[in-house]
Design a protein around this ligand. Structure first.
Ligand code: BG6
Length: 471
């Protein structure tokens, strides 16, 4: 197979996501001797000062790669998608696999699709779209209509890079390759589930983009919802992509409508992380956009409920935020206490068995159990069984690399199907609308803390507490 047989048309090639995630992933694919060529498109705005190749060298600095040889695979073009007269160097033919990788701001999706319609995508074309697709459900559905006029559903790859993380896939293996969990995996034995994606970083150079999006669209509607589906779904009949996606979408359809009463949104004020002072969100925003007020949320926590036989009455608490104390993603499955505790001190621990999947920064799976203390046969103490997947298997292929390879090879399993995507939008859309209409301010939280106090109350009102990672 030659490089000409697979072409990636990369839109948004000089953006923040491209710099931090996509180019490093493509460079890894190149190092692994994958055959492909890239046509990269950047905007017509200010160009990398020293030219694209030098920019790319800076981006890939420190990577073990012959950048000059890698750059020979890339044609770079600065284009204005809104200028319909300007030619778009896209050449499609039946014998070539072409992947359009779209990492643009969502308002450019329509103009791009209009431009692509001039090229009549061939059956072996695929389009990979970054989220969010649309600014709300209605907008997303309109973009979707344009997409479907050009591509069939099996050519559309909606990317959610969390689905490409090894631990996320391991979650399926753990649930469906072992029988010991399945019998306890329901409302009879599970008290509640917490899913947290915490980040210590702020909005970096993405202020303008982020301020139009906010945490609900950026993290909840996609990453958190997908993790929830994997934890809650029924066993699929096989690993066939559609079998898995069918089960994921059933969870989304069973989600109880989200009420703003069960959602806390926050925005960080100045504080400190790891002993270093950090600025407030509004200050960072003003420095890069001159905007001095904003109601955009940088934190969301919420209670989700799934109305089905397995999960009736089991709350799923989800939370995500920027400028939290640490970067970490964890899923905590909290089991119910034993019906009749016979060890005298067991009640004092206030919680029972827990299964903790840590997705990042390091991957691990822990089960918290009680065991007898040496000193007293009538007392127990909590201890941990731990599977350190990172130590066992070393670092894994980056999620973006895995997903890009899947898109090139035509495997949609780890991508989001249209019905999953629209159900996830539908679920958050009412709350987004309510926030817009009531124009209420988000709650404040100091950078370096676990969010607004209202987030703690969300659980406290149900006599539960957040399991803060590293605590
Ligand atoms: C992206 C969000 O999808 O995920 C970012 O747009 C966020 O705001 C990022 O920082 C987090 O991804 P990861 O893999 O670093 O946890």
């Amino acid at each position: 197979m030659s490089q000409q047989d697979k072409v990636i048309y990369f839109f948004g090639a000089t953006g923040d996501l491209a710099r931090h995630k996509i180019w490093p992933a493509i460079a890894n694919m190149y190092r692994s001797n994958e055959c492909f060529r890239i046509v990269a498109f950047g905007g017509k705005g200010p160009q990398p000062e020293s030219g694209f190749n030098q920019w790319l060298k800076d981006v890939l600095q420190g990577q073990d790669i012959d950048i000059d040889a890698f750059a020979e695979r890339i044609d770079y073009h600065a284009i204005d998608l809104l200028d319909h007269e300007a030619p778009l160097p896209v050449t499609l033919n039946e014998s070539q696999t072409s992947v359009f990788y779209v990492a643009l701001s969502t308002h450019l999706y329509r103009p791009l699709l209009e431009r692509l319609s001039q090229y009549l995508p061939t059956p072996n074309c695929r389009i990979v779209l970054e989220k969010p697709i649309g600014t709300d459900l209605q907008d997303g559905l309109e973009i979707q209509k344009k997409l479907r006029a050009l591509f069939t559903e099996d050519q559309i790859y909606r990317i959610d890079h969390y689905l490409g993380k090894r631990t996320v896939q391991n979650l399926l293996a753990l649930r469906f390759a072992n029988s010991i969990f399945e019998y306890q995996w329901n409302q009879k034995y599970i008290d509640h589930i917490q899913i947290s994606i915490a980040e210590s970083k702020g909005i970096d150079e993405r202020a303008a983009f982020y301020d139009n999006i906010g945490a609900l669209r950026d993290m909840v509607q996609n990453h958190l919802v997908q993790l929830l589906c994997l934890v809650a779904m029924e066993p699929p009949a096989s690993l066939d992509p559609e079998a898995i996606r069918n089960e994921r979408v059933k969870v989304l359809r069973a989600l109880k409508p989200l009420s703003s009463h069960d959602v806390v949104r926050g925005q960080y004020t100045a504080g400190s992380i790891d002993g270093q002072p950090v600025k407030a969100y509004r200050e960072e925003l003003q420095e890069s956009t001159q905007k001095n007020s904003s109601r955009t949320e940088t934190f969301v926590s919420l209670k989700a409920e799934i109305d089905n036989w397995r999960w009736a009455g089991v709350p799923f608490y989800l939370r995500t935020g920027k400028r939290l104390p640490t970067k970490c993603c964890e899923i905590v499955v909290q089991f119910k206490t034993v019906p009749h505790p016979i060890f005298q001190n067991q009640k004092t621990f206030g919680s029972s068995n827990r299964l903790i999947f840590r997705l990042q920064p390091e991957e691990s799976i822990k089960i918290e159990l009680f065991e007898q203390t040496n000193e007293d046969r009538k007392s127990v103490r909590p201890s941990k069984l731990s599977l350190d997947t990172h130590e066992l298997y070393g670092s894994s292929m980056d999620a973006y690399e895995r997903l890009l390879l899947d898109a090139l090879n035509g495997d949609p399993t780890l991508f989001v199907r249209e019905d999953e995507w629209s159900e996830a939008w539908r679920w958050v859309d009412t709350v987004l609308k309510e926030w817009e209409q009531t124009a209420t301010e988000p709650f404040s939280y100091m950078a370096g803390t676990w969010g607004p106090t209202q987030s703690i109350s969300l659980l406290a009102r149900e006599r539960r507490t957040w399991e803060d990672p590293n605590s």
